[in-house]
Design a protein around this ligand. Sequence first.
Ligand code: COA
Length: 165
Amino acid sequence: MTLYSIRSFDKSVDATSFRCGQPVLDEYIRRYASQDVRRNVARVFLATPEEDFRRLAGFFTLSAGSVNCSALPEALAKNLPRYPVPVALIGRLGVASEFQGKGLGSMLLVDACKKVAHASAVLAVAGIVVDAKDAAAKAFYTHFGFQTLAGEHARLLLPATAFRV
Ligand SMILES: CC(C)(COP(=O)(O)OP(=O)(O)OC[C@H]1O[C@@H](n2cnc3c(N)ncnc32)[C@H](O)[C@@H]1OP(=O)(O)O)[C@@H](O)C(=O)NCCC(=O)NCCS
């Protein structure tokens, strides 16, 4: 079984041959991730196999965001104020094709939830939002309990009650 290290964006990791099946994500990690980190638009986390610290196996990004209360599932909305509520955003998440289907995607998602849970002790969020690129990505997130937001077919939310420490 492959073991992975997950750490903050690091230019020594080689993203040039990274392909996850979504060219827009490949392009992002190769060309734009480092400037997003520099400009404080996103934090980017990289997974590398423990035996090769320079090979990119997967990544995800975290940013702050907000959603309209009207888009939230009824059960959650009824306990919240009627103005936009703060959330954490997993803007992008991808696993290199050769590493897919072996648990790395779930490991990245769990790691992202843990990071948000820790951060939420000092910066409140009502949940974690993801933007699913296609039906397969949507199925992946719903498998972990994410719920579709009303009127936003590509956006899903995991309420804070599901991951709070
Ligand atoms: C979606 C993606 C991240 C999944 O990564 P992965 O490493 O293959 O996923 P895992 O092996 O950890 O699978 C985790 C679980 O999700 C399930 N799963 C994975 N892809 C799924 C899909 N498309 N539909 C439904 N379930 C899915 C697996 O069956 C597995 O369930 P189990 O733990 O009960 O067996 C990966 O396929 C990917 O990078 N795709 C392209 C980019 C993308 O779509 N990113 C997400 C949206 S931005």
